[in-house]
Ligand binder design. Structure first.
Ligand SMILES: *Cc1c(COP(=O)(O)O)cnc(C)c1O
Length: 376
């Protein structure tokens, strides 16, 4: 019996220790961790520089709240808006909260309510995030939802053109739908969205909670598309394992959030921003990101060589990859775990592969070997 609400179908192991990509469970069994805590541990387990950043800050102040200046937030914001078209950041604690901030900002800025999102999207479990999410199973039993979200088919240009009118405040999307099956946006669809947003007052919100902070081989995944968002939302990889979320916004949004309009007690606390600063310093280096791209190309090549048959499909970008199989993935996830490889699912038929961005080529080889032996 557990004293916890039964909100998760947890696996029966506990991971008690880790180093890089390797984790150990309570019985000392070792695994390759290709979940990274669901795309969170961007630099793997127990990264020495993150431990140091957390430890150093923990001896100064842990928390002071939004009543006072937090120079670590200023510094982190500057690092995140360097070399892109964003001008401002706001920090919170999670992906859902980042999306709440984005939705509130878009509504207040435009004075409109209607937000277009997409089927199979995932934007979090709060009322705003859940209402934005285009999946019945996430919403069932919790209504009435926040009004004025429309869920269009992803990558369907005609449906988009037919749905857009001047009631629309924003279009909100993931450029790779992570939870929804590792579905990558097409160039054609991205161009159509950007055309609409460039030629109207419709804001573009990109949910980079899963795809951001180097996960797809660039700082943000939108950089590999023609999209130029007004707002991006971040969380997961941003703190490398320490809970922190945030949004970045363009200059014209600045006056929409004035004092008292939006906030959070814990958001961007000194511990979180100290760790995140180090994460960003490491990941936002050209050499680091190029290495992620190389590892991705290597991983994709190995996967395609191991699964050349038609019923398999390798999807995704960077180190957010999916292996689509012609079967329910749930039983395979358990078998892979027994064989020493931890992975996530994404929709019913996709195995989602999310190693730390620091994964080695040898670890990729081992993972592909286990996938091949277990699935075939
Ligand atoms: C995980 C995720 C969220 C929700 O983040 P939480 O930190 O769990 O609230 C939102 N959007 C996307 C794309 C995600 O992958």
């Amino acid at each position: 019996m557990s004293a916890l609400f039964n909100t998760y179908a947890r696996r029966p192991i506990e991971l008690v220790e880790g180093q890089g990509t390797i984790v150990k469970d309570q019985n000392g069994k070792e695994y390759l961790d290709f979940t990274s805590g669901i795309a969170v541990l961007s630099l793997g387990h127990a990264h020495p520089e993150l431990i140091k950043a957390l430890h150093d800050q923990s001896k100064k102040v842990w928390h002071t709240s939004y009543l006072f200046q937090i120079s670590g937030q200023e510094k982190l914001a500057e690092s995140l808006i360097k070399d892109n078209h964003f001008s401002y950041a706001f920090f919170c604690n999670s992906g859902a909260e980042a999306n709440e901030a984005a939705i509130k900002l878009a509504r207040k800025h435009t004075g409109k309510h209607h937000i277009i999102t997409f089927q199979q999207s995932f934007h979090g479990r709060t009322f705003g995030g859940m209402s934005a999410t285009g999946q019945d199973k996430i919403q069932k039993g919790f209504g009435p939802l926040v009004e004025k979200f429309t869920y269009l088919p992803f990558n369907d240009v005609d449906a988009l053109k037919a749905a857009v009118d001047n009631s629309v405040a924003a279009i909100m999307l993931e450029v790779i739908q992570g939870e929804g099956g590792v579905n990558v946006i097409t160039d054609e669809f991205a161009k159509a969205i950007q055309d609409i947003c460039s030629n109207s007052d419709i804001l573009l919100i990109i949910d980079e909670v899963q795809t951001g902070i180097g996960r797809t081989g660039t700082r943000f995944a939108y950089e590999q598309t023609p999209l130029k968002p007004n707002i991006v939302t971040m969380a997961k990889g941003l703190g490398g394992g320490f809970p922190i979320g945030g949004i970045l916004g363009t200059a014209e949004l600045h006056d929409t959030f004035g004092p008292g309009s939006h906030g959070t007690t814990f958001g961007g606390n000194p511990l979180g921003v100290a760790v995140s600063q180090k994460v960003i310093e490491i990941i936002f280096q050209d050499e680091f990101l190029q290495e992620v791209q190389k590892k991705s190309a290597y991983f994709v090549e190995k996967l395609e060589a191991a699964f050349p048959e038609e019923q398999y499909k390798v999807k995704g970008k960077g180190l957010l990859l999916g292996l689509e199989i012609d079967n329910e993935v749930a039983p395979f996830i358990g078998k892979l775990e027994e064989a020493g490889l931890l992975v996530c699912g994404a929709g019913p038929k996709v195995i989602r592969l999310l190693p730390p961005l620091t994964v080695s080529y040898e670890e990729i080889d081992k993972a592909v070997e286990i996938l091949k032996n277990t699935i075939k």
